[in-house]
Design a protein around this ligand. Structure first.
Ligand code: GDP
Length: 296
């Protein structure tokens, strides 16, 4: 769809050969292209600015090795910086807490929260042999509760019984006590989403956190989120101190700039990525692959 950064930088540097180091002017020209590539990959402008400054500082004066073209040299610097910002290592979900370990799932409506809850539960059950209890706290959308119940049935994971007219906080408490008495290893709380961030949602999420004391608070976010990604991640993080991010729809056409935006804005790890609608379409996050994708 877009010309790759590598091709663009190749053109800029086509006249330069055999020099010892990248000059300020070379780097400025290259950074313009890096900036364009990041914007096309949907990285938030604020993050683009900070990131290109960082890359610039590293690139000026960098030795150009004879065997590597300057364009490739800049690509390598950009790639390495991307990986450094995205977080170098895979960060698994921690269950290092007394059972039942509460995991709180937060995010906007339609981000893939319920689907991801099912995927993680299936993974914990199949790969780590954990007994998981799922609970939907979406009191406004009965369909969401039914959706989780159906998912649970599909993957063979228990779902907390639906009791009408309970508040989200009451359901959270009931989920924890049911998980405790039932001898579950993990209890996953799928919170209600909204179409956009609002105070009521944040207040409710904070209250659920208070009563459930979650060990992990995972923000589920669509990888196609554009300029809003920073705002979204910051809002949830400021309010409930998320422990990680799960990016969904990484199987789509997007270039994954939201990963960089959210990680840069919060410093919180991207733990997993959703790569499809099926219950096993969940993968560990590999920063280097997303960096390649952002670079195009
Ligand atoms: P929620 O409102 O946040 O709970 O969102 P849902 O879990 O109901 O997901 C909304 C839609 O996105 C559903 O059709 C899911 O199948 C789909 N979905 C969720 N995760 C992914 C993913 O990683 N890739 C793709 N292609 N679709 C996804």
């Amino acid at each position: 769809m877009f010309e790759s950064l590598s091709d663009r930088l190749g053109k800029i540097f086509s006249g330069i050969t055999g020099r010892g180091a990248l000059s300020e002017a070379d780097v400025q020209a290259a950074l313009r292209e890096v900036r364009r590539a990041l914007i096309e990959a949907d990285v938030s402008l604020e993050v683009v600015r900070a990131f290109t400054e960082q890359v610039g500082a590293r690139a000026v004066g960098a030795e150009v090795t004879r065997s590597v073209k300057p364009g490739q040299q800049v690509i390598k610097i950009v790639h390495d910086e991307l990986v450094a910002v995205l977080g170098e290592e895979a960060s698994p979900i921690s269950l290092n807490a007394p059972s039942p370990v509460p995991i709180l799932m937060v995010g906007l409506q339609g981000s893939g929260k319920t689907t991801t809850t099912g995927k993680i539960a299936k993974r914990l059950k199949d790969k780590q042999n954990k007994r998981v209890l799922l609970a939907s706290l979406d009191t406004r959308r009965p369909a969401a509760m039914e959706q989780l119940k159906t998912l649970g049935g599909q993957i063979g994971v228990d779902v907390l019984e639906i009791v009408p007219n309970q508040s989200a906080v009451e359901i959270a408490k009931r989920a924890i006590s049911t998980a405790r008495t039932g001898g579950y290893d993990v209890v996953m709380l799928d919170t209600a989403g909204r179409t956009h961030i609002d105070e009521e949602l944040m207040e409710e999420t904070a209250e659920i956190k208070r009563v459930s004391n979650p060990h992990e608070i995972l923000l589920v976010a669509d990888s196609l989120t554009g300029q809003d990604a920073v705002n979204l991640a910051r809002s949830f993080d400021a309010r409930v101190d998320i422990t990680g991010i799960v990016l969904t729809r990484v199987d789509g056409d997007g270039r994954g700039g939201a990963a960089l935006s959210m990680r840069a804005a919060t410093g919180k790890p991207i733990k997993l990525i959703g790569v499809g609608e099926k219950m096993d379409a969940l993968e560990d996050f590999h920063p280097s692959r997303i960096a390649d994708r952002i670079l195009g």
